[in-house]
Design a protein around this ligand. Sequence first.
Ligand code: FES
Length: 155
Amino acid sequence: MDAAVVTDTTLAIAADYDNRPDALIEILHRVQAAVGYVPEEVVQTLADTLNLSRAEVHGVVTFYHDFKREPHGRHVLKMCRAESCQSMGGEALVKVAEARLGVSCGGTTADHSMTLEPAYCFGLCAMSPAAMMDGRPIGRMNEARLDALLREARS
Ligand code: FES
């Protein structure tokens, strides 16, 4: 999506909320849903439109992990790093995923095929360690399952 379309989309969404500064988070969620992430130019556009400082908008975008600053890969693998999954070897699996993909958690592969994201409990603690691939929950993860998921996503 080019910058002009992103700006028009952002302005239209903000207008749905009467350009209210207290609606900033809802507006950002809708921009992200429409664009796929929150591009840098959106920060200034919303600051101007909602009569906020650029720092205020930037602070919200960077504080909440849900807001992405760059486009996702075609697939998103979320790996749980919360307590139950940690105690069941989740961190070691995260390291394996990072090594297989060549990115740190939070990053996207150079070919944009995959984004690896941390998560903090899917409510699947009884099936730790847990992950989620493109919104599909996966319990009892292990290295073989991880490799199968990565193969499937790249095929
Ligand atoms: S701690 Fe990982 S799913 Fe709950």
